[in-house]
Design a protein around this ligand. Structure first.
Ligand SMILES: Cc1cc2nc3c(=O)[nH]c(=O)nc-3n(C[C@H](O)[C@H](O)[C@H](O)COP(=O)(O)OP(=O)(O)OC[C@H]3O[C@@H](n4cnc5c(N)ncnc54)[C@H](O)[C@@H]3O)c2cc1C
Length: 479
């Protein structure tokens, strides 16, 4: 007897042709395991539609067969949201790698319309060619897709100035779970005509439909940058520096990133080509970026002055200013290499908390105490988009140490949970930018109020009454 998987594969092959399906283990492999190689599960097949209409045809067919659908972008999710699980029916993975058109750019309206499968870096480049900036920027920008960043409401390193993905989306096009196409590709700054549906899709993590196109908000392209790498003694000192920079630079402060010395050491040890900006060691490091449309010299003057005053006030230990574009890129490469370094070095139990910016130092201190109450002296990595109050606090095990942990799942959950409890007590969240996916699903059940969960289930049921879209992700089962 044919299995449900072979039925849907035959039907999809008849619909799109065999060259639009991946079924061989070697071809499917990259789609069924996550970037960190921690989650893996079987799929019925991977489908590669060529147009929004083909996405709709595929979804309609899956709906008719009662087969789950997993929308997948660049598969760079850090919370297990983009690969199948081992429970339930294997899904059809719909990958948008053939939907890569820049549909239009309108510099006068500061907007562009793109296919959902466009790689983020290509979108940034197309905006730049038109003299505009699409500001969302993150370590995975060379492989994550625009629809993936929308489905996770990605943040990254420029949120401080430009907001997260939600603030940079004007309109969306999506295929709904019954196959209907919703064309919401408006390019308006104002449109008060009832519930704003695009906001439901932003951060929906593939549970409400497939985002196939987007109208993106663009910004003037900065022409001048000034980047500094700063050594500080503590997160408290970094917070004071942030306040001084905001007062002196206003909106020109475009990034303020904090990492601890362990994180810097792991990057230097594990990613070839990365070099320590300092000869001496410092417990904490801040990457500061100013950007503007005025001449560069003004930016270096103001940044230099703030850093000098901070040095005199004993707020900072050392600082280097990038003197060239190559030096600026090299400093950013350190920051963008953290995930790669950590994956090579061991097992980091990444958390994704956000607290009020003023509470970041307390969060780091209390979270450190909480995890060391479980494993004394455990090393912790801290990578914080400090200007946004978003700290990736990462209890860290080398591979041999992790091998020695008897119940790995319980340890991972316990560690993350105590950190998330600290965040919650400070008025924070357990998921700031990566999404909920699979990693944080138990925390949804724990931290979200019954009122919020009930409303979310009602939204899910309105879009996807058969629970076919990315089931088991984002939402815990209804109580
Ligand atoms: C090195 C590295 C650095 C990172 N840095 C950051 C960072 O600084 N900030 C940050 O926020 N994230 C970061 N991430 C996480 C990740 O890159 C983002 O979450 C990104 O937005 C995911 O995009 P993707 O295309 O890879 O989506 P995927 O990983 O493929 O999917 C993520 C989720 O979106 C859904 N989805 C994907 N495509 C669609 C679609 N077309 N329609 C509907 N749903 C869809 C999936 O079902 C899944 O639930 C980083 C990841 C890596 C590997």
């Amino acid at each position: 007897m044919a299995s449900p998987s072979s039925d849907i594969v035959s039907a999809l092959t008849a619909l799109l042709g065999a060259d639009s399906l991946l079924t061989e283990a070697a071809d499917v492999a990259a789609h069924i395991e996550d970037w960190r190689e921690r989650y893996r599960g079987p799929a019925a097949c991977v489908v590669l539609p060529r147009s929004t209409q083909e996405v709709s045809d595929v979804v309609r067919l899956c709906h008719a067969h009662g087969v789950p659908v997993l929308p997948q972008g660049g598969n760079t999710s850090l919370c297990g949201g983009a690969v199948p699980g081992t429970d339930g029916q294997p899904p059809v993975i719909v990958a948008l790698s053939r939907l890569r058109r820049i549909r239009s750019v309108d510099p006068a309206n500061n907007a562009m319309v793109v296919d959902g499968g466009c790689v983020l870096a290509n979108v940034q480049e197309a905006a730049r060619e038109a003299g505009r900036l699409y500001p969302i920027s993150l370590g995975a920008e060379g492989s994550c897709q625009i629809a993936g960043t929308i489905a996770t409401n990605a943040g990254g390193t420029a949120v401080l100035r430009y907001g997260n993905t939600r603030e940079n989306i004007l309109g969306l096009e999506a295929v709904l779970p019954d196959g209907a196409i919703w064309d919401g590709l408006k390019a308006l700054r104002k449109n008060n005509t009832g519930y704003d549906l695009k906001h439901l899709f932003i951060g929906s993590e593939g549970t409400l439909g497939i985002i196939t196109g987007a109208t993106l908000k663009l910004h003037p392209l900065p022409t001048a940058f000034c980047v500094a790498w700063v050594g500080v003694s503590s997160p408290d000192a970094a917070l004071s520096l942030l306040g001084r920079l905001q007062s002196a630079c206003g909106a020109r402060l475009s990034a303020f990133e904090l990492i601890n010395d362990l994180q810097l050491d792991l990057v230097l040890a594990n990613v070839p080509g990365r070099r320590n900006p300092f000869s001496a060691s410092h417990p904490w490091h801040v990457l500061v970026e100013l950007s503007d449309n005025s001449p560069e010299v003004e930016l270096s003057a103001v940044l230099g002055r703030v850093l000098e005053e901070a040095m005199e006030a004993d707020l900072i230990e050392d600082a280097v200013l990038a003197a060239s574009e190559a030096q600026r890129a090299a400093l950013w490469e350190i920051r963008h290499s953290v995930s790669e370094a950590n994956k090579k070095a061991g097992v980091g139990l990444t958390t994704d908390c956000a607290v009020p910016v003023s509470a970041v130092p307390t969060f780091i201190a209390q979270a450190t105490e909480a995890v060391r109450a479980i494993v004394p002296d455990l090393p912790v990595i801290v990578v914080a988009h400090m200007g946004d109050g978003n700290a990736h606090f990462i209890p860290f095990f080398t591979y041999p140490e992790w091998e020695a942990v008897a119940d790995k799942e319980a340890m991972a959950h316990r560690m993350r949970h105590v950190v998330n409890e600290v965040s919650h007590a400070l008025g924070g969240t357990f998921s700031a930018e990566h999404g909920v996916g699979r990693t944080h699903i138990a925390e949804m059940a724990h931290f979200k109020s019954p009122v919020e969960l009930k409303l979310m289930h009602a939204v899910k049921a309105a879009f996807d009454p058969d629970n076919l879209f990315n089931p088991g992700r984002l939402l815990p089962p209804a109580a």
